[in-house]
Write a protein that binds this ligand. Sequence first.
Ligand code: HEC
Ligand code: HEC
Length: 195
Amino acid sequence: MGGKPVWFIACGVVFVALSSANVRSALAETIAEKVEVCAGCHGQGGKPIDAMTPIIWGQQSGYIYIQLRDFKRGDRKSEVMQPIASSFEKQDMLAIAEYFSSKPWPDLGQPRSAKENAERALRAEHSVGCTGCHLDQFQGSGTVPRLAGQSREYLTKTIADFRTRTRGNNPGMSDLMLATPPDDLAALEDYLAGL
Ligand code: HEC
Ligand code: HEC
């Protein structure tokens, strides 16, 4: 009696064919997606939104990688960067570092140091030998960061953080900064921002 219940089963089968070119573009997309969030603070065109946020466009790739790794490990403390870096695996960090490193360094238009200040900065530079590591014109290389034209407020903050070891991921840099007189560091911060 009565009709039989009829069950409709809808099956959706999706075939995804992945040629190696597709795999490559899928990976590129993942990195493009992962870096979207960065622009919110580090800037769409590489100019950070806030002066306390460093330029990462055109920064040395090895250096960017080490910082992401250290944020994730908690060796470099940052309430903002730690949760972001924690979501990345090593391969992501290497790809993200490469991505930003290949972008052009933005010009923040910070004023050049006045002559007297520049002379003081260069005397301090010669006595410590900053460019022995940061290289000519403070361009950096590999795991040593570029400092030329970096945000002045950020340079001041991070050098202060090295001195208090709040930034504890490179004890050697902390030792160096503690051994350099504060007035010389202030001159260097002004000089580097204006390069
Ligand atoms: C909510 C804001 C914000 C977002 C989003 C953000 N950052 Fe940052 N980032 C900062 C701030 C602020 C610092 C400086 C931390 C400190 O004071 O030590 C920083 C520092 C860094 C540094 C260290 C640079 C240096 O010169 O030492 C790297 C590398 C970095 N961020 C990469 C990224 C990447 C890659 C992303 C996206 C996946 C990202 N950030 C997203 C705010 C942000
Ligand atoms: C022995 C090599 C060496 C010397 C000398 C040196 N540095 Fe560094 N510096 C480094 C390395 C390596 C880092 C990256 C540390 C890290 O991985 O966090 C660094 C990082 C920095 C940073 C942080 C940049 C950023 O984007 O957060 C500043 C600022 C800096 N150095 C300034 C100086 C100044 C100013 C001098 C000279 C008074 C100097 N350094 C001398 C090797 C050196």
